[in-house]
Design a protein around this ligand. Structure first.
Ligand code: AMP
Length: 407
């Protein structure tokens, strides 16, 4: 079975075509600068990440997503370099959709109701949802007869108990404005949970873990019996940990204080907290490789940024550990920082040996792209690194939704 995964952004579109027989990627690519009247770029890779990888680059104007995706279809079905003969070979298209709003708890086969759900959540995902819907509508036109599945990034968090997702604000207002903790990186946390359970040899419904998706945007997932029990991000991806450019959780009273003292508009405060804060606001850099270098050279702001980041992760880890009453099978590190930064990993779990969390420093320092344990063999709680794979999770979910729809 071939499954296409599409992630349509406002001016970009990422895609991956899977052969689900062995979960191999037949081709993948990225179209950028869609809608730019001057120029656009398409990078297409055949058999990516294998020794047969072949790259095709195209520079041309893509006035809209339809033109961009038509170009992708040409490449995928090209008589010489194509990986399939006909688009009819594609069994289903899985779309990444940021927000499902208040009521959408599951991924869904696309019909007019699903599209309505995505539309209704525009105010909650104003940058992503309109583009995601465009991707779906274009796919419906250009792949006639191929079913589409919307995989919501919020679906993981929709499984949280009410006391985890409710904010202590007047409840009629929360109801009216669909204010609740949604959580993001849901597709990644889902993937990590499934892979983690398989890694330790437990059934999903018996598996408890804390997933640490640490990248430019970061969130922690608290998983009880294979389902989300809590998560660090909230109504938006701003809440929780300190991130590359986001401040994470701060005293909410800072917002009116900024407005009163500096005469800032809501949009300016939003930009300040989302784009100019976090590691960037602390030391002028967002990439931890730069920050570690600066800290090593004695830069105090970089040292503070490192310590604050670690403290923010550790505090959330502690909260989730207590919520799970210590019954944790694994801590799972993932994403750019989680997969690559042994220093951050080591400092996050430092001193936790008494809780049964024991890091093997040698394993932690060994670089690899594989799923692996970096805890000592006798560590009660396993510490794992699992490279996240949101596209594969979308493909797997689309496959599952399709199978259910045929029953
Ligand atoms: P992501 O958003 O998952 O792509 O993660 C991006 C972030 O991962 C970057 O901003 C870096 O802070 C971090 N990162 C990526 N590669 C490395 C590395 N080799 N060592 C340390 N941090 C890294």
């Amino acid at each position: 079975m071939k499954i296409l995964v599409l992630n349509a952004g406002s001016s970009s579109c990422k895609y991956k075509l899977y052969d689900m027989a062995d979960q191999s990627v037949l081709c993948s690519g990225l179209v950028e600068r869609i809608g730019d009247p001057q120029t656009g770029n398409l990078t297409h890779k055949i058999a990516p990440d294998t020794d047969k990888e072949e790259k095709i680059a195209r520079e041309k104007v893509f006035p809209d997503h339809a033109v961009a995706i038509r170009e992708v279809i040409d490449l995928i079905t090209d008589p010489q370099k194509g990986v399939i003969k006909d688009i009819k070979e594609i069994a289903v298209i899985g779309h990444r959709v940021l927000h499902g709003g208040f009521y959408q708890t599951e991924p869904a086969l696309v019909d007019s109701k699903t599209k309505d759900t995505i539309r209704k959540a525009f105010p909650l995902g104003p940058l992503h949802n309109p583009a995601n819907l465009t991707g779906i509508e274009v796919a419906e036109k250009l792949f006639p007869g191929v079913p589409n599945v919307a995989v919501f990034d919020t679906a993981f968090g929709m499984k949280m108990p009410k006391e985890a997702y409710t904010y202590a604000l007047p409840q009629d207002l929360c109801e009216e404005l669909q204010i609740r903790r949604y959580g993001f990186h849901g597709t990644s946390h889902t993937y990590l949970t499934h892979r983690g359970a398989a890694f330790v040899g437990k059934k999903l419904e018996d598996f408890n873990c804390i997933t640490l998706h640490l990248g430019n945007g970061s969130s922690l997932g608290c998983v009880k019996n294979g389902r989300c029990f809590d998560t660090s991000m909230g109504l938006t991806p701003l809440e929780g940990l300190i991130m590359g450019t986001r401040c994470g959780s701060i005293d909410p009273a800072i917002v009116p204080y900024l407005i009163q003292q500096k005469g800032m508009s809501p949009e300016e405060v939003d930009t300040l907290m989302n784009k100019k804060s976090g590691l960037l606001g602390l030391c002028g850099k967002t990439d931890l490789r730069d920050i570690h270098k600066m800290a090593k050279e004695g830069d105090e702001s970089a040292k503070l940024a490192e310590s604050m980041l670690i403290r923010s992760i550790k505090k959330m880890l502690g909260a989730f550990f207590f919520l799970l009453e210590g019954k944790v099978d694994a801590l799972i590190f993932s994403a750019g920082i989680g997969e690559n930064d042994d220093l951050i990993r080591a400092r996050v779990v430092e001193g936790l040996e008494g809780l049964g969390i024991c890091l093997d420093s040698k394993k932690n320092a060994t670089r690899s792209g594989e799923e692996r344990a970096i805890s000592t063999d006798d560590s009660k709680i396993k510490i794992l690194i699992i490279p996240t794979n949101e596209e594969l999770q979308i493909a797997l979910t689309a496959q599952e939704v399709l199978a259910k729809s045929k029953k």
